[in-house]
Design a protein around this ligand. Sequence first.
Ligand code: WTA
Length: 706
Amino acid sequence: MAIYEEAGASVTEAQIAVHWREEDYLYPSPRFIGQANAPDPAVRERFSEEHFPECFREYADLLDWDTYWHTTLDTSNPPFWDWFVGGRLNACYNCVDRHLATRANQAAFIWVPEPEADPAQSITYRELYRRVNELAALLRDFAGVQAGDRVTLHLPMVPELPIAMLACARLGAVHSEVFAGFSGTACGGRMADSGSRVLVTMDGYYRDGKALDHKAKADEAVAVAKDQGTEVEKVLVFRRHAGQYMSKAPMAEGRDYFVDDVIAGYRGKLVEPVSMPAEAPLFLMYTSGTTGKPKGAQHSTGGYLAYVAGTSKFYLDIHPEDTYWCFADIGWITGHSYIVYGPLALGTTSVMYEGAPAYPDPGRPWRIAERLGVNIFHTAPTTIRMLRKAGPDEPAKYGYHFKLMVTVGEPIEPEVWRWYHGTVGKREAVVVDTWWMTETGGFMGATLPALEPMKPGSCGPGVLGIYPAIYDEEGKPVEAGSGRAGNICIRNPWPGQLQTIWGQPERFVQTYYAKYCHDTQSKDWHDWPFLCGDGAMQAIDGYYRILGRIDDVINVAGHRLGTKELESAVLTVPEVAEAAAVPVVDETRGRVVEMYVSLKPGYSPSQEIEDKAKAAIEREIGKVARPRNVWVVPDMPKTRSGKIMRRVIAGISNFTDVGDITTLANPEVVEAIRRQVYAEKSARGEAPRPLTEQELEEIKAFGRTE
Ligand code: WTA
């Protein structure tokens, strides 16, 4: 990869090896190994390349099939692979109905509201069955939802969210959940893209001690969808407190309905689960990439469910009797795969928490864990960093015991890893660093918790049945232990993989396969490596170290934000001529966004323009994307061909070297911007801190398209 090659020219391999020091291994306890789902090394052999693709039968056999499949993998139309062909099943049946015989009265979910005085609610498998059936009946008979229809959900972390997902799955309808922190505009754009006529939302919810009005976003979403050609027929509004409306937004007559009113007519109704082909889409999850609008990653019913069930069993070590808490938002892929579908397919108890990590204080997560007897804990480095900063000694005050802990979503610094393992995990828990992405449906790189030792900062080898490879720009393999980084790919198809980008099959091929497929006529899967979009290096022991995205994506607190989306939002401000988004390294959130803007002739910089730019991002994308600073600059640093050199301003924002600027058309502007930004930052008390080698590489490479 060019970006790392250039680094190699000035830094020797030996120097890199010194900076990226190899960490020591840590091993699981005999007690953990004694109870693990995968204690036998033979599992590696069963999933070795020579057993591909039949090895995945083991995952598919964790499910109940209405019709067993005849072909494990059909590769006749590359790269549109079909798994478990001929099979039929229902995802809701597999997550709910089939557990009734053995564990009807066990909690499927335990939901913890943010206000601490409100009691946690247990939803047993029997209760879940009842609520899912009633909502499925309502969706079908009141909202006219049928198999194959798309239904958009814009729900916060409340039980109604998994209930709505499962109700859609029961009908064979395709759910498309939009993260509740995203704006109405973002939701509306996704509704239009997927052609959803029904929106399921909520009046409000609690976050960081505040009651948020959420229904207002639905009105915006409907208007935006209409602008883009999709008429939303029904908006189904759950009330956070039944019978009590917490939003100020009016209910539109004939369009908006309170679910708690309407559902009274569906009391006790049962809906037969619709038997779907294995390759029928189960859901869409929108995600950001290099260019254009967010893409709807389409996930299948059979392959996806088998994959998340299998990886939940072997990597999360979920047993039905565990109490498992994934502290992520169901609005993202992690929540879909590892709060809802994987854990429920295995019949365990999955904890959901409504609110912010440190509310009302940083002891909250540990109180929840203690009270509920959580023994598997799963969260992201951002949350870990935040809890470590706010309450480094809090975990020791609580008497919970974790057997296993997961980190996901961003690279984790070894220091932070050690606090997680030592202080949160009390040295008892195995830490599993799981690397994957929206498109992969489930884990790609991780250690098998009883079999492969942990190494802080590395996710581990490819998971069972996944054969990764790192390639350079020319497609040559980058060897393990070479100290060089490249583009990490997955050489083989796997059941959890996205099937396509909703409505854009060419973009699917282009985005994930164009770079390394040298023979587009080939019917052999070996010719179709899947480009993951991350830079990575592999140590001699086979463990991967993930360096971060190679596309124009800024990973803010685990949220994938496309620079193009951020920039397009700011360009809606009438005074703005040009906009460029760059990542700034942040102690807690990993990265935050800074925006650079230049103005159209006749306008001069003002606080008002900065505020408008921030407001535009909140409106178009959501508060999560709000930039830390907006710098109104006289001009952007540009190449002679007019491209904005994002790495130069990224360097300034991070107080690092801006690199070679001799190829700029306007090199003189760099010094002016630097002076302006440094002065402002020091006035705001934003002090520089030395970046790690890895962070430096990322900033140097940011936005480089050549
Ligand atoms: C990053 C989240 C390092 C990576 C599941 C990837 C990670 C992007 C890890 C996907 C990890 C995820 N270590 N980086 N363990 N897990 N990432 O689609 O850059 O929201 O490409 O899926 O997060 O983000 P997404």
